[in-house]
Ligand binder design. Structure first.
Ligand code: FDA
Length: 320
């Protein structure tokens, strides 16, 4: 109930207007968001790199509702590749398709995605397409398969959400074509006819999908994370859940997959201890570093994931 309400709030314009006016809301969000400017985010990536951790930079923004904004997002994403090269940091880029126009016009979004990937190729880097809520899943996977399987673009990967019933089929298709997959549990509120309502079932499915991705990596010759940290291996296990992490580690060692042929991914500001422990153990770790002024929806999804974050927010609200 609380989670559903918060996911509703994450999309509500009135709530966005009210919350983003309070300066303490930004202070609370800045636990997860690197800053409003690209330079802030680059500094966070440098600090992660110093600990042996790679990053993926995400310019915040979603559900762009006009062509001009979609084109502006395109230019800003291209600017991120340049900033990564200039700073010499170990980071690739994550994007959301509704940010670059999927909700406006599919052709516009495809053209913008093609421009982004051309630029990524010039900078020898990789782009991960985040997965949004269920109305966008089919279109996102269609565009990914078009660009990866038909156009032969290799510097792109996608995200699979373990809470969706369909994900097993989607992973089977993705690994057949050596797709690089970030596996997460899923951050939105989905109906029970398409997604597992119970956490225990989501976790079980997550473990099953880890197994499929590891088999896929072995079948593809166990490609490893690139030396510059930009191109990820086939399985990217995105969770802060230690049981899932331990399960993945056990499976890799049983299957004989080298540590560098898998990576663990976590969100900026969450389980830094676990991020550092895995990096010290020799596993590639990548942290998702979001930045920009459009932090509201992202932050409220983080509140939805963990009630303790909400109580922290509310107690500060009443104190301020
Ligand atoms: P779970 O929710 O079971 O949490 C396990 C533990 O992690 C908790 O007990 C707590 O300790 C810690 N934790 C989790 N969330 C926390 C929070 N917000 N604050 C503090 N501690 C927290 N989703 C999606 O739908 N599309 C996407 O593209 C992505 N992309 C993505 C990238 C990366 C790198 C990560 C790590 C996650 C995503 N997600 C995502 C989000 C994902 O679907 C999921 O909502 C969160 O990762 C939380 O789930 P966990 O797997 O951490 O497990």
């Amino acid at each position: 109930m609380l989670r559903s309400f918060l996911i509703y709030l994450s999309k509500a314009a009135w709530a966005r207007q009210a919350v983003t006016r309070w300066s303490f809301a930004w202070r609370a969000a800045s636990r997860f968001v690197a800053g409003e400017k690209l330079e802030d985010a680059i500094r966070v990536v440098q600090a992660l790199n110093n600990k042996g951790i790679n990053a993926t930079l995400d310019l915040l923004g979603e559900h762009t509702n006009n062509t001009d904004k979609a084109l502006q997002a395109l230019q800003e994403v291209i600017g991120v590749f340049e900033a990564i090269d200039q700073a010499g940091v170990r980071s690739n880029v994550s994007i959301k398709l509704t940010q670059i126009g999927l909700a406006v016009d599919e052709d516009l979004c495809r053209q913008n995605l093609e421009r982004i990937l051309e630029n990524a190729e010039k900078h020898n880097t990789f782009v991960r397409i985040d997965m949004e809520d269920s109305p966008w899943v089919d279109k996102t996977l269609e565009l990914y398969h078009y660009i990866h399987d038909q156009c032969g673009c290799e510097n792109v990967g996608v995200v699979i959400q373990a809470y969706l019933f369909r994900s097993e089929k989607d992973v089977a298709r993705l690994v057949k074509d050596c797709g690089r997959v970030r596996l997460c549990k899923g951050a939105y509120d989905e109906p029970a006819d398409i997604a597992f309502p119970k956490k225990v079932d989501v976790d079980r499915n997550f473990d099953k999908l880890i197994g499929m991705l590891i088999d896929g990596a072995l079948a593809a010759g166990s490609p490893e994370v690139s030396i510059d940290g930009k191109i990820p291996p086939i399985p990217a296990i995105a969770t802060h859940d230690e049981k899932r992490v331990e399960y993945a580690k056990k499976l890799i060692s049983q299957a004989g997959l080298p540590k560098s042929a898998i990576e663990f991914q976590m969100l900026n500001g969450i389980r830094r201890d676990l991020q550092e422990k895995l990096a010290e153990e020799g596993y590639p770790v990548r942290v998702y570093v979001p930045f920009g002024t459009e932090w509201y929806s992202y932050y409220v999804r983080r509140l939805a994931e963990r009630p303790a974050n909400l109580w922290f927010f509310l107690s500060n609200l009443f104190r301020s």
